[in-house]
Each structure stands twice: as C-alpha cells, then as structure tokens.
Design a protein around this ligand. Structure first.
Ligand SMILES: Cc1cc2nc3c(=O)[nH]c(=O)nc-3n(C[C@H](O)[C@H](O)[C@H](O)COP(=O)(O)O)c2cc1C
Length: 291
C-alpha cells in the first residue's frame, strides 16, 4: 500500500527533500555591483547538459516573506558565479555560510574559507574546495513571487579547476578520494565513502540489452532473484547458447557430483550469489542448465 500526498499537505515539502536526494551541493560564490562577495550553499542543483556545459541551481524565495536571496540579487546584477564543490573537509564551514547574514557580509570571512582569484570571472573561488567551476550566468528563470518558489540560475561552466591531489596521471578523478558530501532530507547529509561506492555496467555502451521481458519465465519469477539480479541479466546482449551450457555441464560433471544441483532452487541460489559478485555469465550457465 502507498500513501499519497499533494503539494498542500503538511508533510509534502519534507517528503520531497527526502525523496529527491542525495542532492549535490553548489557552494556558489557571487558578487554584487559594488564588488561585495557572497558565498552560499544550494542543494537544488545539478548538471543539466554538456555542450555547452550547463548547470542549474535554485535560490528559492524565502519561505518567511517571499523575499529574494542575496545570491539571486547578485547574479541578476553581475551574471557570473563560481560553483565550488563541497567535500567532507569543508561541510561544517559550508553549513555556517548558509546563515542568513546581512547583505554585504562576506561569508568567506564568516566561514573561515580562503578566497582565491578566478581566471575568467570576477567572483572568487574557495581554495579549500576540491573542484571549482567558473561560470557565466546565461539566464534566470523565476517561477513566481510566492515564498519557496524556484529561481533557476542557469549557468554555463567556462572553466573547471581541480585540486591536483585528486587527479591521476590521465587527469581523472576518483570518487574514492574526493570524499564528496550531499544533502538528504531534514538535517541529514551523506558522505561518499568507499563502502558506499559500486559500479553498474552501463547498458548504453552495448548494442542491445535483451531486457527483463525476454528472460525465461522461471528466471523472471524466481523467488531467489531480486529486481537488481534481473536487471543485470536483462542488460546482457546475448545469453549463452545451449551448446555452451552443455559444455559447462560436462566440465562441471568432471569436478562435482551433479545430482545435488537437480533442484532448480539450488541453481537459482547459486546464480544469485554469482550475480552479487558481478559474474553475470556464470549466473547464466546455472540458470539455463537443465538437469
Ligand atoms: C546544504 C544546504 C543546501 C541548501 N540549499 C538551498 C537551496 O537549494 N536553495 C535555497 O534557496 N537555499 C538553500 N539553502 C539555504 C541557503 O544557503 C541560505 O538561505 C543562505 O542564507 C542563502 O544566502 P544568501 O541570501 O546570501 O544568498 C541551503 C543550505 C544548506 C546548508
């Protein structure tokens, strides 16, 4: 059973922030016409395109009175920003920078972060941030004057700066070392630690995935295979031929007493284990084997 909510129900906004998460954090540095610097975090943020590279963040109208945030005023006055990426080492300082300081207060100073000059745009970068992106604001789309309404700041990334320690010889970064953080619902954050990182084979790189609908019925309905297992199987381009499976059985017979694998449940359980280990081919042999 599901419970349903619409936007005017009390829990809606909190539910939404838990549902659409984790959200990356855009730590945006901006300036006003007088050159006053502002630095504030926004988790209504993401990369939206690559050519040209476009990202969007949204300083919403204040819930209290619908007034605009300083970051929005600034990008309307001076359409440039630097988006600094937040990792665990600066998560408390970025939180401190989210305090509603008075207009003109420099959050770099309040949060104890170091401004360094940008190369193309006027707002400074955050030295302590592992990745900083200089952006030109292409457009601002305001949804309404209501409290909480979105103001989409559409920014084109002109240059990206990456702290050298995070780059390998091929100029690649690894999610294992960046130690990024993201925003969840309420006051929760998450941290990208090695135990939380895994890879999923990308179906788009293959000609075709056969799809879950094409899996044999006993596989689709197996009580030992989860949706993730079926997804792994459906991502394969081809399934082993009968001849390949027969060969596998012959080899297996040389090593073990095959009788014990007669119950289909046992074979499905073995296949599930192999899929958990990423051995999709191995799993197929066990699933297609007829004993
Ligand atoms: C992690 C985090 C994410 C936030 N995300 C947003 C957001 O996406 N939109 C928003 O309007 N405020 C967001 N805030 C609150 C703003 O940072 C806060 O209102 C800040 O005072 C705005 O500063 P400004 O008025 O100087 O622009 C967030 C705060 C934190 C700590």
């Amino acid at each position: 059973m599901t419970k349903s909510f619409d936007p005017n129900s009390e829990s809606f906004n909190r539910l939404l922030k838990h549902a659409i998460s984790p959200r990356p954090i855009c730590f945006a540095s901006t300036i006003d016409n007088d050159g006053n610097v502002n630095l504030s975090p926004f988790s209504f943020f993401n990369l939206m395109g690559q050519t040209p590279p476009i990202c969007v963040f949204s300083p919403v109208n204040k819930m209290r009175d619908g007034s605009k945030k300083h970051t929005l005023d600034n990008v309307l006055e001076h359409p440039e920003c630097v988006i600094n990426i937040v990792n665990y080492d600066i998560v408390q300082q970025q939180s401190l920078a989210s305090v509603e300081f008075k207009k003109g207060v420099n959050e770099f100073e309040k949060a104890g972060l170091t401004p360094i000059p940008s190369e193309i745009v006027k707002p400074p970068r955050v030295k302590e941030s592992p990745i900083q992106m200089e952006c030109k604001v292409r457009n601002v789309v305001s949804i309404s004057d209501e409290p909480g309404a979105a103001n989409l700041v559409i920014a084109e990334i002109l240059r990206i700066h990456v702290e050298e320690n995070f780059l390998d010889e091929q100029n690649h970064v690894s999610p294992y070392t960046l130690d990024l953080v993201a925003r969840l619902g309420d006051d929760y954050y998450c941290r990208i630690i090695p135990e939380s990182i895994f890879e999923v084979a990308r179906p788009a790189t293959k000609a075709f995935g056969i799809g879950i609908d094409s899996l044999p019925n006993d596989v689709k309905l197996s009580k030992f295979l989860t949706g993730n297992h079926l997804g792994q199987l459906g991502t394969q381009e081809k399934i082993p031929t009968k001849e390949m499976v027969d060969n596998f059985i012959v080899q297996l017979k040389e090593r073990v007493e095959i009788e014990k694998f007669k119950p289909i449940e046992i074979r499905h359980q073995i296949a599930a284990k192999l899929l958990d280990q990423g051995d999709v081919n191995g799993a197929w042999f066990w699933l297609l084997m007829e004993l």
